[in-house]
Design a protein around this ligand. Structure first.
Ligand SMILES: [Zn+2]
Length: 90
């Protein structure tokens, strides 16, 4: 069973990408990162479809509900809930 920092964060991860608002967890390839130690990135999104581009997002490092350091807490592919990063780019 997956262990989350808090129930509210878990609920936000369970939402679909189209649901406004939601949290997405993406895993990036080292070649796409400056800080390659941190492969996972955490975003608050307004909801989007896979056809959307340049979606305005908040890139977050701490849980907005309990304050946990997301980079320290979530280090498992099991939490990745988006594998298409194209919504971030033009
Ligand atoms: Zn939390």
């Amino acid at each position: 069973m997956k262990r989350y920092c808090c129930e509210k964060f878990a609920n936000q991860l369970e939402l679909s990408r189209e649901h406004s608002l939601n949290i997405r967890v993406l895993k990036f390839e080292p070649k796409d990162l400056i800080d390659t130690e941190k492969r996972y990135r955490f975003f608050i999104t307004p909801g989007y479809t896979l056809a959307d581009r340049s979606v305005p997002v908040y890139n977050i490092a701490y849980c907005p509900f309990c304050g946990k350091d997301l980079f320290k807490f979530y280090k498992d592919d099991a939490f990745v809930n988006e594998d298409d990063s194209s919504f971030l780019y033009p």
